[in-house]
Design a binder for this molecule. Structure first.
Ligand code: ACO
Ligand code: ZN
Length: 225
């Protein structure tokens, strides 16, 4: 049932014979039945979870040529909150977060980037926080990007001095095939202008919690630190 639309990954890559699905982004070995089966399962679940149907009174907080950002708040109708939860589950799964609960569900704001094709290609979960610990830079210690979440080096050295903060970004994710197009940047810009009513947060007033290597590279660039 899944699309047979695939691309062969450039030769010279580690996984020879691997293909990447152009719709769900999964990399797998087409020649392996087991991999194929796994792909089909992932494909359906992923695309269904990220399909965006929309609802009456959806809160569109920004519009771009390639999509829009919809904000979901904890007291929104059940179907909206359910969609936010479903997407968060997919994101957590990809980030390798296992049953990480939200600090305070009642204070959580979920921002979804919806493409013109009605697919959710970005998700950002923001929470109110009072303080944060700055990640200290380690010159020369930038880990190489890796596909394997287990290999992710996540133990950044942090300062022991808490700094006042307003908004904690507990998750930020962009669909693998839509990265490096400014979607994460758009989402953080929108959080800064909409998180607190009537004011725009500076980059010092937002904090990325427990960033992955990708997250750290993005945050460093975004905050120009
Ligand atoms: N490597 C180097 N620089 C990067 C990277 C990267 N992987 N990602 C972003 N940047 C920098 C670049 O300077 C980029 O500008 P450029 O493309 O003009 O050079 C700038 O940040 C802006 O990047 P965006 O295009 O806005 O970022 P994108 O939409 O690709 O999303 C994200 C970045 C969310 C980190 C994405 O790579 C992703 O979803 N990764 C997997 C999930 C993940 O690790 N999320 C972070 C978890 S940490 C947390 O949730 C708090
Ligand atoms: Zn697929």
């Amino acid at each position: 049932k899944h699309s047979r639309d695939q691309m062969i990954i450039d030769a010279g890559q580690k996984h020879f014979g691997a293909v990447i699905c152009k719709s769900c982004g999964m990399i797998y070995t087409a020649a392996s039945l087991e991999d194929e089966a796994q792909h089909i399962q992932h494909h359906e679940r992923f695309l269904e979870g990220l399909r965006y149907v929309g609802w009456k009174n959806e809160r569109v907080v920004a519009e771009f040529w390639d999509g829009k950002i919809v904000l979901i708040l904890p007291n929104d109708p059940k179907y909206a909150v359910k969609k936010a939860e479903d997407v968060r589950e997919i994101v957590d799964n990809e980030l390798g977060f296992k049953q990480v609960s939200l600090g305070c569900p009642a204070k959580t704001k979920t921002y979804l980037f919806v493409s013109n094709e009605k697919m959710i290609v970005g998700c950002l979960v923001a929470e109110s926080i009072k303080q944060a610990f700055r990640v200290l830079s380690e010159p020369g210690a930038v880990p190489s990007p890796s596909q394997d979440a287990l290999q992710h080096h996540r133990a950044w050295r942090c300062s022991t001095e808490p700094e006042p903060c307003i908004c904690g970004i507990s998750r930020i994710w962009v669909f693998s095939l839509k990265r490096r197009k400014g979607i994460a940047r758009h989402m953080v810009d929108v959080v800064r202008s909409t998180f607190m009513y009537g004011c725009c947060l500076s980059t010092d007033e937002i904090a990325f919690s427990d960033p992955t290597p990708d997250g750290k590279l993005f945050a460093t660039r975004y905050c120009q630190t």
